[in-house]
Design a protein around this ligand. Structure first.
Ligand SMILES: Nc1ncnc2c1ncn2[C@@H]1O[C@H](COP(=O)(O)OP(=O)(O)OP(=O)(O)O)[C@@H](O)[C@H]1O
Length: 554
C-alpha cells in the first residue's frame, strides 16, 4: 500500500516539474521575449544618456606621465625595467617600492616602448591589463574569479539557453585578457595564497585551465569551442608585472624565483619639487617662486604631490585667478590636515651614548633610527629597553598577523658581547632607548646598540654623521641583515657621510652612492674604524684609548 502511495507521490512531483518547465519555456518563446527587447532598448537608452554626461578629466589623469622621461627620480628602476621587458625575451617582473612613486606609470610606458621595438614579441596591439589584488574577488570554489577565470555552471545560469541545456560556460579572467601583453597586478603581495598558487601554475603552463562537474567530453550539446576550452585551456601567455609596497621577504619564494626583481626608490625632495613644477605647468597654473619646494615639505610621493597641486588648482579656480602662492598652500595644508613630511637630518656633532642606527619602515622605505644608551654604576643592576614597539600588527586581506620585536633579547646579547670588552654587568643599570616609536627589529639594530653601549661605557664619543646596521653574534661577528639598500638611501638623504654595513651585505654598486659605505665583519674591527676615523678628523687632539677584547689599547 505504502509502495503505491510513494509511486503516486513521485509521479505527481514529476508531472508538476514538467508542467513548470514547459510553461517557463513557452513564456520565453512568447510574450516574455518581446518584453525583454523593450526592456533592453530602454536600458540601452539609459546607458547612452549616462555616457553623454562626464566631468572634466581629473588632474591625476592629466598629469599622468606620457613618456618615461616624465617619470622623475626613478632612472635606476626604469633602466632595469627596460632591460627586463624590452628585449626579445621579456621577463616576469616584481617592482618593489613605496606607494605613489611611479611604479604603475613606468610599467605601462615601458610596455609601450617594448611594443615599438623590432625584436620584441609584443605586438603593437599588446594589452596592458591592470588589476588590484586588494580588490580582487576570491572564493575557494572559483564560482567567480576575475583574475584566473571561472566556470558558470548551469545551476548558476538560471533559465538562460546554456543553463537549460546543462552547458557549463568558461569565463575568461584577466590572465587570458592579457594574453600576448602584460598583466599588471598592483599590491601582488595581497593575493590570497590559493590564488597565488593558481597564478604560478598559469605562468608555468601559459594557459588557464577550467574544470566543472557539469562538463563531459561525450556531451554532444556542448559547442565545440567550449569542448576545446575545457580540454586545452584558454591561452594565457603574458608577462606578469607585480607591484608591491611590501619587502621581498614578505613575498612567496616561488613567485620571486620566477621574476626579475626591480626596486623603485622613495622620492627625494628635489624629485617631489620637480613633479610639483611639472604638474603646475601641465594644468597651466602660475606659482610663486619657491612654492614647489614648500609643496615638497608636505608630500612624500608623486601621487600626494599631484593631489596637492589639484587642490591648489581648485582653490585658484574658485578665486578666479590662475596663480597660487604660499598662503594658498598653507590654506590647503590646513584644510586637508597635511602634516609636514618627516625628513630626517643628522649633524656631525659627536655624541656619547647616542648612535644612528638604520631601519626599514613599512612601505619599503628606510629610516635613520636613533639609539641612546645611559649607564650608571648601581647596586641594583638591571637592563631597561624603552621606545620599542613591542608588538606590530600586520594587516592583510587574509587576516591580521602579529610580529613581536626582539629588541630586548638583542640588547641582552649586546651586553654579553660588551662583557668581552671589560664591562661588568653586575655593577650597572643600563637603559637603552629608541626615541621616535619606530618598530625596531632587534637583531639588525645590534651593531648600533652595541656601539651606543660601548660609547656610554667608555665615554668615547661617536661622530653624529655615521650610521650603521648589522646583527651581532655573541662571538662579536657582524651578521647580514635585510633592507640594506633602502637603509643606505635613507642614510644618504639624512646627510650621513659614512655607513657601516655587514661584510656579507656588500654590493659593488654601494661605491656609487653619495656616502662612504664600509663593510665590516667583526665588532673589534668596527670599533677601530669608528674611533680611528674620529681621531683622523680631530688631528692634533689627544688620542683616546680604545677598549679591545684584549684590553685597553693606546
Ligand atoms: N616618479 C614620478 N614622476 C612623475 N609623476 C609621478 C611619479 N610618481 C607618481 N607620479 C604621479 O602619481 C600618479 C600615480 O603614480 P603611480 O600609480 O604610477 O604610482 P605607484 O607607485 O604605482 O603607486 P601604488 O603603489 O600606490 O599603486 C602618476 O599618475 C603621476 O601623476
Amino acid at each position: 500500500m505504502s509502495g503505491w502511495f510513494l509511486f503516486f507521490a513521485q509521479m505527481l512531483f514529476f508531472l508538476l516539474g514538467a508542467w513548470y518547465f514547459l510553461r517557463s519555456g513557452s513564456r520565453r518563446k512568447g510574450g516574455r521575449d518581446s518584453i525583454s527587447m523593450e526592456e533592453n532598448e530602454r536600458e540601452m537608452e539609459k546607458l547612452d544618456a549616462m555616457r553623454q554626461v562626464g566631468l572634466t578629466e581629473p588632474l591625476t589623469e592629466q598629469t599622468r606621465p606620457k613618456s618615461l622621461g616624465e617619470i622623475v627620480g626613478q632612472e635606476r628602476g626604469i633602466r632595469a625595467l627596460r632591460a627586463a621587458l624590452c628585449g626579445p625575451n621579456p621577463q616576469h617582473i616584481i617592482i618593489y617600492g613605496p606607494p605613489g612613486v611611479g611604479k604603475t606609470a613606468a610599467a605601462r610606458l615601458v610596455l609601450e616602448e617594448a611594443k615599438g621595438r623590432r625584436n620584441s614579441p609584443f605586438s603593437i596591439n599588446a594589452k596592458f591589463v591592470e588589476v588590484d589584488a586588494t580588490t580582487l574577488q576570491f572564493d575557494e570554489r572559483s564560482i567567480a574569479d576575475p583574475l584566473l577565470g571561472s566556470v558558470h555552471d548551469p545551476i548558476y545560469q538560471g533559465a538562460g539557453a546554456f543553463g537549460q541545456m546543462g552547458i557549463p560556460r568558461p569565463q575568461p579572467g584577466a590572465v587570458s585578457e592579457a594574453n600576448g601583453g602584460v598583466l599588471f597586478i598592483d599590491e601582488i603581495g595581497e593575493l590570497h595564497p590559493i590564488q597565488m598558487n593558481r597564478l604560478l601554475k598559469v605562468l608555468e603552463d601559459r594557459v588557464a585551465k577550467f574544470q566543472s562537474s557539469y562538463y563531459s567530453r561525450e556531451n554532444k550539446r556542448i559547442p565545440p569551442y567550449i569542448h576545446e576550452i575545457f580540454q586545452k585551456g584558454l591561452p594565457a601567455d603574458f608577462r606578469l608585472i607585480g607591484a608591491t609596497t611590501r619587502s621581498p621577504s614578505e613575498l612567496p619564494a616561488a613567485l620571486r624565483s620566477r621574476c626579475t626583481e626591480i626596486f623603485f626608490d622613495g622620492l627625494r625632495p628635489e624629485a617631489v619639487e620637480q613633479i610639483a613644477a611639472d604638474s603646475m605647468e601641465r594644468v597651466g597654473l602660475q606659482y610663486e617662486d619657491g612654492l614647489c619646494g614648500k609643496i615638497a615639505l608636505y608630500a612624500g610621493g608623486g601621487r600626494d604631490t599631484v593631489r596637492l597641486v589639484q587642490s591648489l588648482a581648485s582653490l585658484a579656480e574658485m578665486k578666479g585667478r590662475n596663480w597660487v602662492g604660499s598662503a594658498d598652500l598653507e590654506w590647503v595644508a590646513e584644510a586637508g590636515h597635511y602634516q609636514p613630511y618627516p625628513r630626517q637630518k643628522v649633524t656631525a656633532v659627536p655624541r656619547v651614548g647616542v648612535v644612528n642606527g638604520l631601519a626599514v619602515t613599512g612601505g619599503m622605505g628606510g629610516a635613520v633610527l636613533t639609539v641612546e644608551v645611559k649607564m650608571q654604576k648601581s647596586t641594583a643592576p638591571h637592563l631597561q629597553v624603552t621606545g620599542i614597539v613591542e608588538e606590530e600588527e600586520i594587516r592583510s586581506p587574509h587576516g591580521v598577523s602579529k610580529r613581536k620585536s626582539n629588541a630586548r633579547s638583542s640588547a641582552e646579547n649586546v651586553l654579553t658581547v660588551l662583557e668581552g670588552f671589560g664591562f661588568d654587568r653586575s655593577q650597572y643599570a643600563v637603559h637603552i632607548n629608541f626615541p621616535g616609536g619606530m618598530p625596531v627589529d632587534g637583531p639588525s639594530a645590534g651593531t648600533a646598540m652595541f656601539l651606543a653601549a660601548y660609547s656610554a661605557f667608555t665615554g668615547a664619543a661617536v661622530p653624529g654623521d655615521v650610521a650603521l646596521t648589522g646583527e651581532i653574534s655573541l662571538t662579536g661577528n657582524i651578521l647580514p641583515v635585510g633592507g640594506v639598500t633602502e637603509k643606505l638611501q635613507a642614510a644618504e638623504e639624512a646627510g650621513v657621510t659614512r655607513a657601516y654595513i655587514p661584510k656579507a651585505n656588500w654590493q659593488g654598486r654601494y661605491e656609487r652612492l653619495g656616502l662612504e659605505v664600509v663593510s665590516v665583519e667583526k665588532i673589534a674591527e668596527l670599533l677601530e674604524m669608528v674611533f680611528a676615523k674620529k681621531e683622523e678628523k680631530q688631528a692634533g687632539m689627544p688620542q683616546r684609548g680604545i677598549l679591545t677584547a684584549e684590553g685597553l689599547q693606546k
